[in-house]
Design a binder for this molecule. Structure first.
Ligand code: DOR
Ligand code: ZN
Length: 347
């Protein structure tokens, strides 16, 4: 029998780029209208490296999302080679930082100030292990001699495996995984390792980016891989394993920065995130697992309560807007102009 609607505990988004200034004003409520909480990425042009910066940024987000007053942004620290362990511990103890983010230097947008070698931040990571603070990892090696499609798999061997051996109690989220290699690795490791999965990596493979003309709006990092990896991600997300949870990696860039000779990485998937995710679970005949993936596994891993509220998703098609925002900051949302089969009902 076809399920016409589902009601689940309000979900959270465990990986979001909200930007700042005018772009923040444009995009923030798309996340806030759907999610109870969101983990906010710290890769602003001037990265969020101190608790004072994070508290001020959190306040700007709260201001921008006033119409959804229950929405709670959870802030992260941007790790650099020189960050002091004490900055992290005091920020975590005071409740400003929920987690810290590791960008390998130059791996992606605004990551130039990231970490040049994992060993440089071992003292910080040891402290985080002691206090139970999660480490969020952009898992790609940055090396001219490693093919872009192999960078996540190489990261597992070169960085993730040794790190987890050296710090067996450190809580780690392998962010936006894109490969069967990562699915298998996360599954085999202990409960201190989990992973987020984006909706676009559940829905597109590299052919969608490259066949019949290049689609800059489907380009992100880590880049979508071949079909066998997409299928492994769908299996993991819908499996019922508590190690996998929702993280959109919604990453808005103005159209001019995407449709360019050197286009930016990032997909703005926030507007219809839940509707696209639920479509995947429906197609996989796993609607009964959607609440675990979207609303329960994340908070359990982070040691936070699940949300109180409920949301309803209905089987009812709708068309995605062509454009969002204004003037030089206009964005092309994920699936612009396409019809999608589910709709979120908002009170
Ligand atoms: O595609 C991406 N966009 N991947 C990232 O890791 C960063 C993000 C952004 O900030 O634009
Ligand atoms: Zn991201």
């Amino acid at each position: 029998m076809t399920v016409e609607s589902i009601i689940i505990t309000q979900p959270d988004d465990w990986h979001v780029h909200l930007r700042d200034g005018e772009m923040l004003q444009q995009v923030a409520n798309y996340t806030a209208r759907q999610f109870g909480r969101a983990i906010i990425m710290p890769n602003l042009p001037v990265p969020i490296t101190t608790a004072v910066m994070a508290a001020a940024y959190r306040e700007r987000i709260v201001q921008a999302t006033q119409e959804h007053s229950n929405f709670q942004p959870l802030m992260t620290a941007y790790l650099t080679d020189t960050i002091e362990p004490q900055e992290i511990t005091t920020g975590f103890a005071s409740g400003v930082f929920t987690a810290a983010k590791l960008y390998p230097a130059n791996a992606t947008t605004n990551s130039a100030a990231g970490v040049s070698h994992i060993k440089k931040i071992y003292p910080v990571l040891e402290t985080m292990q002691d206090i139970g603070m999660p480490l969020l990892v952009h898992g790609e090696v940055v090396s001219d001699d490693i093919d872009i499609f192999d960078r996540e798999a190489a990261f597992i061997d070169q960085t993730m495996l040794p790190l987890l051996k050296d710090m067996p109690e450190l809580k780690v989220v392998f962010e936006h995984i894109t490969t069967k290699d990562a699915v298998d690795f996360v599954t085999e490791q202990g409960d201190n390792l989990a992973a987020t999965i984006t909706v676009h990596h559940l829905q597109i493979n590299r052919n969608d980016i490259l066949v019949g003309g290049i689609k800059p709006h489907l380009y992100c990092l880590p880049v979508a891989k071949r079909e066998l990896h997409r299928l492994a991600l769908r299996k993991a997300a819908t499996s019922g394993s508590a190690k996998f949870f929702l993280g959109t990696d919604t990453a808005p860039h103005a159209i001019g920065d995407k449709e360019s000779a050197c286009g930016c990485a990032g997909i703005f998937s926030a507007p219809h995130a839940l509707e696209n995710y639920v479509q995947v679970f429906d197609e996989e005949q796993a609607l009964d697992q959607f609440e675990n993936f979207a609303s329960k596994n994340g908070p359990v891993f982070y040691g936070l309560p699940v949300n109180q509220g409920k949301i309803t998703l209905k089987r009812e098609s709708q068309q995605v807007q062509d454009r969002i925002g204004q003037d030089h900051l206009t964005i092309s949302p994920y699936k612009a102009g396409e019809s999608i089969p589910w709709r979120l009902l908002v009170e």
